[in-house]
Design a binder for this molecule. Structure first.
Ligand code: SF4
Length: 327
């Protein structure tokens, strides 16, 4: 492990200034992700700026919109009564993540900045275009059980690991960031990038920009939302496939629906086609089957992950049946 400089500050603007001034600098909050990556030699920062004292941990509802500070811890957000009642998919996604110890420590901003769990990325002895651009992608022909069936490229087929990001995608959240040129807001749908020819670029963040919070619009659908995570063991495991759904029914018809999927793509995956197959229609087995088919149409499974196509279809059917029955 390469040694790095360490400093800390209680001011967001100072943290941004320090990181922006050095190309090899990065932020650290809970440390549950960054320190693993440094230890695995997937990242080698030369300066780490500790932002734990920056006052960005508020969780509040203002004019119907939820504001969550980037330094709020996963457990605090998951257990907050406003989140549990108005945005249950967020709470469920957080509680399905990591372990109680990590949820006590890890920040919301850090959760959104998690890097892929692709084993080649975290094995410094393997080539990997994401860790070392141009070195190759052994997952394409190697062990790809965990990898993408949508959105990959011949340069990278890794999947995004954050459950919270999937839930926030279904809620149409916005990420608020502070950078050397001031504050800006990035809709979550534009925050994560597809790999294309540059898999090392995972987000729309510029160097030195710090996530300061997320905003989530409240709605009937947000109140009637759920997260379903399918994984290899019941705790402390990443999603093989996950679904976040927010749904409003008028009588027997779906009037509003927002879906996002984890474990199947390099970013939280949206399917406008699946949503269109549901909107304005009764929530019958046949409608659900059409939505599931629209979701997997165009999927490109690899040698070891063909099962994800059927798994995500069934996961979508399960969550919609459950939400439809709960109204
Ligand atoms: Fe690296 Fe992406 Fe290939 Fe995994 S899938 S080895 S992260 S380039």
């Amino acid at each position: 492990m390469k040694p790095f400089d360490y400093t800390r500050t209680a001011r967001a603007s100072e943290a941004v200034r320090l990181v922006a001034a050095r190309p090899g600098a990065t932020f650290v909050a809970g440390g549950t992700e960054l320190l693993n990556l440094v230890r695995d030699r997937a990242l080698a920062p030369d300066l780490v700026v500790d932002i734990n004292q920056v006052p960005l941990s508020g969780i509040e509802l203002r004019d119907g919109t939820l504001h969550v500070g980037a330094m709020a811890r996963m457990r605090e957000v998951a257990e907050h009564p406003v989140v549990r009642s108005g945005f249950p998919v967020m709470s469920e996604a957080l509680l399905a993540s990591a372990s109680p110890q990590i949820r006590n420590r890890a920040s919301i901003g850090g959760n959104l900045m998690q890097r892929t769990r692709c084993w080649y990325y975290r094995d410094a002895g393997s080539p990997c275009n994401k860790r070392e651009p141009g070195s190759g992608c052994p997952a394409i022909t190697g062990q790809n059980r965990w990898h993408a069936i949508h959105g990959g490229s011949r340069h990278c087929i890794a999947v995004h690991p954050s459950d919270l990001a999937v839930a926030l995608s279904a809620l149409q959240a916005t990420v608020v960031v502070l950078g050397p040129r001031g504050e800006r807001s990035i809709p979550l749908k534009d925050f994560y990038l597809l790999p294309g020819t540059t898999p090392h670029k995972e987000t729309a963040l510029r160097h030195g920009e710090l996530i300061t919070g997320v905003t989530v619009p409240g709605s009937r659908s947000a109140r009637h939302s759920r997260y379903l995570k399918l994984r290899d063991r019941a705790a402390f495991e990443f999603a093989v496939v996950s679904v976040a759904a927010a749904l409003t029914m008028e009588g027997s018809e779906v009037s509003d629906v927002h879906l996002a999927f984890g474990g199947i793509a390099p970013r939280p995956w949206r399917s406008a086609e699946a949503e269109a197959a549901l909107r304005g229609r009764p929530l019958t087995d046949s409608t659900i089957a059409s939505a599931a088919q629209a979701l997997v149409s165009g999927a490109q499974p690899r040698e070891h992950n063909t099962f994800k196509v059927e798994l995500v279809r069934r996961a979508l059917a399960d969550i919609l049946t459950d939400l439809g029955g709960r109204r």
